[in-house]
Design a protein around this ligand. Structure first.
Ligand code: SF4
Length: 445
């Protein structure tokens, strides 16, 4: 009896945001379609794909370092195929990055992943080809990592050209997925046991359905496609929680704010502000002002008084004075955020900021400003978390080991309590008895 050939193995290394994670789940589907097996070991892999992030120089430097290591590995394993996708290839218009990367066989923007089977077959004819893939990579169904939680991408790319941001260059202009695909995917996930969906988009609340005839319910009262989509996903049986990221303040219309009160909506909103100074916001081309943002938060809190709020802030942007940074500190305190992802500005080639401004805030000063906000955040979140003590929160259980379970509450607070693995994937009530900055401790009711 002839033996079946050993399946080829692949390793996907993912860096950066949730959008990249969701794209890696699509890559995973391509490899599985080729009857290949996943591996965590680069030594065992026949194909290694790095899904790169370009948001900071540090992230790109990591890719160069890893590519160097894999170039060494290729000396021992000459048939190894190494590829890089994600943001780096997307923004390498002049080919400079590719030139600097050693031993990389495939360097392709995310949307070109549909050609992967063809390219792999050309590099190694023993890698089985599958039938032609849909030309639209977003139509590939992701292989989800956890049955109970999944990302659903609504759009990719961005038209806004904030002066510091690489996204419009790395991912191109905004492209919205057909509504039909999104609803099919959400229904498919629900049938497979998914209870929590995270909707993803660069400006998720700017989603515009390219195929409006596919709305499954008549809703003449809601004009915003994004708000309407939230209404529709709320109707899907099995989905218990809906979360979305990242919205832009200028598209937080009354309809979108109203949708925050839908029954399956999590009690959390991540709304990037980037700076509390109008002068800096203008240089960033953010198109909103400090006053607009503060008013927006007040309106949201009027409707949902106990909503938890997160934001993104960049400190040390070109020309940011100490006084302008103090305006950000003041905004942080006024908005009383639960969490902030604060970044020290790092100049990115290709962006408008790199071309027209000067990265003139010193590294030490950027670090100092980062720590100021970090300290305020830790104090604020501790105070806010203490309000949960003696109350019951509902927790989506993500993992349980050695008798302890963890998961996120509806407010996206991490919660830890005693429990066993069968709880994974369910939503359970937990009474909180102790609060720390980044963890609530409780007992399952
Ligand atoms: S809105 Fe601005 S920061 Fe967000 S992806 Fe678009 S360009 Fe980048």
């Amino acid at each position: 009896m002839s033996q079946l050939p050993t399946p080829h193995q692949y390793q996907i290394l993912t860096f950066g945001c949730q959008m990249n994670k969701n794209d890696s789940e699509r890559l995973e589907s391509i490899f599985r379609g080729m009857n290949m097996l996943p591996t965590d070991s680069s030594e065992n892999a026949d194909v290694i794909i790095m899904n790169s992030c370009s948001v900071r120089q540090k992230a790109e430097d990591k890719m160069y370092g890893m590519a160097r290591n894999f170039a060494h590995l290729k000396k021992r394993k000459p048939n190894l195929i190494v590829g890089i996708t994600g943001c780096m290839p997307g923004r390498d218009a002049d080919g400079r990055m590719k030139k600097k990367l050693q031993g990389v066989d495939l360097f392709f923007p995310t949307q070109d992943m549909v050609f992967l089977p063809k390219w792999l077959g050309e590099l190694n004819p023993s890698m089985r080809m599958m039938e032609d893939l849909d030309k639209d990579y977003l139509a590939l169904r992701p292989t989800i990592q956890k049955k109970s939680q999944a990302f659903v991408t609504l759009q990719t790319g961005c038209n806004h050209f904030c002066t510091y941001c690489v996204v419009p260059f790395a991912r191109g202009l905004e492209r919205n997925r057909p509504l039909r695909h999104i609803l099919d995917e959400a229904n498919h996930l629900a049938r497979g046991g998914c209870v929590e969906i995270t909707l993803l988009g660069q400006i998720v609340n700017h989603y515009i359905a390219p195929d409006p005839r596919h709305w499954s319910t008549q809703n003449p009262y809601v004009q915003s496609d994004f708000a309407r989509l939230l209404w529709e996903i709320n109707q899907i049986d099995g989905i218990e929680r809906i979360h979305w990221t990242a919205p832009h303040p200028i598209f937080m219309t009354d309809e979108v704010i109203d949708a925050l009160t839908l029954p399956k909506q999590v009690n959390f909103l991540h709304l990037p502000v980037q700076s509390g100074s109008n002068a800096v916001l203008k240089r960033m081309n953010r198109r909103h002002t400090r006053e607009m943002y503060i008013d927006l938060i007040a309106t949201i809190r009027e409707k949902i008084p106990h909503i938890a709020l997160g934001t993104d802030i960049i400190v040390g942007f070109c020309g940011e004075t100490k006084e302008q940074f103090e305006e950000t500190v003041d905004l942080y305190k006024t908005c009383n955020f639960d969490i902030s992802y604060t970044a020290q500005y790092s100049t990115r080639s290709g962006t408008l900021a790199k071309k027209i401004f000067h990265d003139d805030v010193s590294r030490d000063e950027k670090k100092r400003r980062w720590w100021v906000l970090q300290k305020i955040m830790e104090e604020t979140v501790l105070k806010k978390n203490q309000l949960f003590v003696d109350s019951t929160v509902s927790v989506m259980v993500e993992e349980c080991s050695a008798g302890w379970c963890t998961g996120n509450s509806n407010e996206m607070k991490r919660v830890r309590f005693k429990g066993d693995p069968p709880l994974v994937g369910s939503i359970v009530p937990v009474q909180i008895f102790k609060a720390e900055e980044w963890m609530l401790h409780g007992i399952k009711n």
